[in-house]
Design a protein around this ligand. Structure first.
Ligand code: AMP
Ligand code: MG
Length: 412
């Protein structure tokens, strides 16, 4: 039986299809549990932060114009009218020729528009400050509302919250937020030849690798992962594993059986489900062409090639962004998110035009330069990924690259 791949599409189109799936629902979490999680709504600030103009330095609040032209050789002189405590809000308007002692974080009195660092001054007696530097309006001042102003979006929906984001939530008094729950990811490995890790394979059998690598990768992407076992190449077995897995997951990854051989049942089984649609069978990347995307009852099912390296590459290129997207992350498909390191290509590479190639490379330092050495090899072996520090992507338009060309290595 050879019906060939149908619906081979580009990786860009594949990502568009992934992006059309709806993210999971959200729950309310307290501030202290928000780190690393994805915000499900815009957080608006009800306050200006800072609430008032505040000093960045220990020094003197003053009118900048009073310091114009002042220098070490040509100081200006101001009258110290008072010193304010850090939490004191002074209402007296600061006049021309006056200054007020202020601490870092202290609020500026009305009339003042800059702060001069104490290091650039000298006290003369009790009330005269010698000014040895010119400051400009706004210098050393955190302006009211400069972090966020009342009514503005402090943090947008879809953001993965970092420590600094949680800090802003604290500053505006946001005690809890709606957070997407972790997407539940089901993993199924198929193949008559597979045995679990704890078994000793008979000749012809191999231990299941993909359940483990895919689970690790999904966990790194923030999913909660469950394995739905090793399934032999029998239709009923795959049907029942898939239906159980769909019930309890938001997305299912099936490794193996995604190609067009007689034992490759994934397509057939997916088609047999009610409310299912095959969105893609075949994607123009290498390794990873025999990849399937289906929608079953509104949920994505990704069929990955069984070859260990192909499965990992497909997971990196499509599986992880899908998980992040389902988890509500608005930047899931941004290529700018990939951590890239510039390097020189260490050897010539050829590539079939019309196909996007993901070449495993190892980074080496040669004469102070970073060189990306291709680690070519068979995608059924674990070795190329073990030796690699990252991937380089040869776009579909290229027929190859020459040694010495600049490349960006997408590091693991
Ligand atoms: P398939 O995509 O099912 O045709 O499998 C392609 C190759 O990958 C075969 O040599 C399989 O034995 C191997 N393979 C499939 N699934 C796994 C797995 N879970 N772990 C390790 N190798 C696998
Ligand atoms: Mg197989």
């Amino acid at each position: 039986m050879d019906h060939g791949f149908f619906r081979v599409i580009t990786s860009a189109r594949f990502c568009e299809l992934l992006r059309a799936f709806t993210p999971v629902d959200a729950q309310t979490l307290p501030l202290e549990d928000c780190l690393g999680r994805i915000l499900a709504h815009d957080i608006l600030s009800t306050d200006d932060i800072p609430a008032l103009d505040r000093s960045c330095m220990d020094g003197y609040a003053l009118r900048a114009a009073d310091t114009f032209g002042a220098s070490e050789g040509n100081p200006a002189y101001l009258e110290l009218v008072q010193s304010a405590a850090i939490d004191e809000v002074v209402s007296r308007i600061l006049g021309s020729g006056e200054c007020m002692g202020i601490a870092t974080g202290g609020s500026l009195p009305p009339g003042a528009n800059a702060v001069l660092m104490v290091e650039h001054t000298q006290m003369l007696g009790d009330t005269t400050v010698e000014v040895r530097k010119t400051v400009t309006p706004g210098e050393n001042v955190m302006l009211r509302g400069e972090d966020v102003s009342a009514g503005q979006v402090a943090l947008p929906a879809g953001r993965r919250l970092r420590p600094q984001d949680v800090g802003l939530m604290a500053a505006i008094g946001c005690l809890s937020a709606k957070i997407y729950r972790l997407p539940r990811c089901g993993i199924i490995s198929t193949g008559d030849e597979l045995v679990p890790v704890e078994s000793t394979p008979r000749p012809g059998q191999i231990r299941d690798v993909n359940s483990h690598t895919l689970a690790c990768m999904a966990r790194q992407a923030g999913a909660s992962v469950r394995s739905f076992g090793l399934v032999p190449d029998r239709r009923e077995a795959l049907e029942s594993a898939l239906s159980r897995s769909l019930e309890e997951s938001d997305v299912v990854f099936i490794s193996g059986g995604s190609s067009i051989g007689t034992r490759d049942l994934t397509i057939e089984v997916l088609e047999s489900f009610a409310d299912s649609e095959i969105l893609a069978h075949g994607v123009s990347i290498s390794p990873g062409k025999p990849t399937i995307l289906a929608r079953v009852g509104g949920k994505p099912v990704l069929g990955l090639p069984g070859q260990v390296t192909s499965a990992q590459v497909v997971m990196l290129v499509f599986g992880l962004p899908l998980l992040e997207h389902l988890g509500g992350d608005s930047g899931a498909f941004d290529l700018a998110r990939r951590v890239l390191r510039p390097a020189r290509l260490g050897a010539n590479l050829s590539s079939k035009p019309g196909r996007e190639d993901y070449v495993r490379v190892r980074l080496e330092e040669q004469e102070g330069e970073l060189v990306a050495m291709p680690r070519l090899g068979k995608s059924g072996l674990l070795r190329t990924m073990l030796d690699a520090d990252g991937l380089i992507c040869l776009p579909a338009s290229l027929e190859g690259m020459r040694a010495g060309q600049k490349v960006d290595v997408w590091t693991f």
